[in-house]
Write a protein that binds this ligand. Structure first.
Ligand SMILES: [Fe+2]
Length: 400
């Protein structure tokens, strides 16, 4: 993030003596991307952030089940309501699909996670239901439905369901996007020096940083660390949240999908107008309520299309997705339209939307999150339990 923030107490300059009330020195820690050549933050700990006392291997159930090619090739439809597993927001993730660039999971969380550090890449959590608090070494974010919470690689954090505003007993449901690299606003939205440009569909005012820092005390504190080798439980001599202050441009932040300003054309606009984030070899897009395309002759829903370089995953969040009426897709559905298959509206959907426009319906209330990947998505076996086996034939069924 190219947006400077400061929290708590920091010294006058970088790398100078900064003393605790007892006269000892605070321990300065740089969290920096791309080898001292990109965004970073400096954190000031009461105790050394280096002091570990134990390291234990941890089974990684999700990763060990393996991903398999989408073969024989099919468009897929999963109903997240049928994923029955529960747990915490880290170890309770149920993988759906992934490749070497990104892993996509769904989670229903009703308990607090352990402290966690993902050192393989940034994560974006899209909160679908419930309320959850992110506690991190930088401070806290209270997330509500519709929030994308971007957690930079290496951030020690935990997730606590039922934050302020949560309905009693309502579990947290979230789509989890784990990148093998960084997740950032698209470069074309930013000035050369990193400010959001006027044409961008959101800007700095829409991003919520952390409140804090937290100043936690504790000894022998376990942290689950993910690296390329798998999961490790590292025990720290002191609580990693012993931070009195930090400053910089690297920190977790939240952006709510309702703050995305849709861009509308006279005739149908392609998905890049909905782009929200950029990852390594993938993009995240937000489809939000908006006026329908406004030419009197417009066909206001997608044309049939084959993105020959992409697999396309869509998570249907709210509203009425007119293009796929009658296909079985509803709120909570996830579809995968892979390269090798042309997809588009259900036969008859175009005519129905045109008839609706003629009757005065000039807006769409759909909300959806889309992930387009530039390498094929492999499928997780767990997802098969929630798959609609009839989905692939839904276009032909409607055409008969
Ligand atoms: Fe598409």
């Amino acid at each position: 993030m190219p947006y400077y923030r400061v929290a708590g107490e920091i010294p006058r300059k970088r790398h100078v003596r900064f003393r605790r009330p007892d006269g000892g020195l605070y321990a300065e820690e740089l969290m920096g991307e791309e080898g001292f050549s990109s965004d970073s933050s400096l954190l000031y700990h009461v105790h050394p952030p280096t002091a570990i006392v134990k390291s234990e291997a941890l089974a990684d159930v999700a990763a060990e089940t393996g991903l398999a090619p989408n073969h024989p090739l099919l468009p897929r439809h999963y109903r997240t309501q049928e994923l029955t597993g529960r747990g915490d927001l880290v170890l309770g993730r149920q993988p759906l699909m992934g490749n070497d660039d990104v892993r996509i999971s769904f989670v229903t969380a009703d308990v607090q996670s352990e402290l966690y550090r993902n050192s393989t890449g940034d994560e974006t959590i899209y909160l679908h239901a419930g309320a959850v608090r992110l506690e991190s070494v930088y401070g806290t974010i209270d997330a509500v439905p519709g929030d994308y919470v971007v957690v930079p690689r290496g951030t020690i954090h935990r997730w606590i369901p039922a934050g302020p505003g949560a309905a009693a007993g309502e579990p947290v449901q979230a789509l989890v996007i784990e990148a093998r690299g960084h997740i950032r606003p698209p470069r074309r939205y930013l000035s050369q020096t990193g400010q959001f440009l006027e044409h961008a569909p959101y800007c700095e005012r829409d991003l919520r940083g952390v409140a804090g820092p937290l100043l936690a005390e504790g000894e022998d504190v376990p942290v689950i660390v993910r690296n390329r080798g798998g999961l490790t439980r590292l025990t720290y001599a002191h609580h990693p949240f012993d931070v009195v202050g930090w400053d910089g441009c690297l920190y977790p932040y939240a952006f709510n999908i309702a703050d995305f300003e849709p861009i509308v054309k006279r005739t149908h606009a392609p998905p890049p107008v909905h782009q929200t984030f950029d990852g390594p070899n993938f993009v995240i897009c937000s489809f939000c309520p908006r006026p329908l395309d406004f030419d009197p002759e417009s066909v206001p829903i997608p044309y049939n299309h084959h993105n020959v370089d992409s697999d396309e995953m869509m998570f249907y969040v709210a509203g009425d997705y007119s293009a796929r009426q009658g296909s079985g897709v509803g709120i909570g559905s996830i579809t995968l339209h892979p390269s090798g298959f042309t997809h588009g509206p259900t036969p008859g959907a175009v005519e129905a939307v045109i008839a609706g426009m003629d009757a005065g319906r000039l807006t769409t209330d759909e909300t959806a999150v889309m992930i387009d990947t530039f390498r094929p998505l492999l499928l997780a076996p767990q997802a098969g339990h929630a798959e609609d086996p009839e989905y692939a034939w839904s276009w032909a069924r409607a055409d008969r």
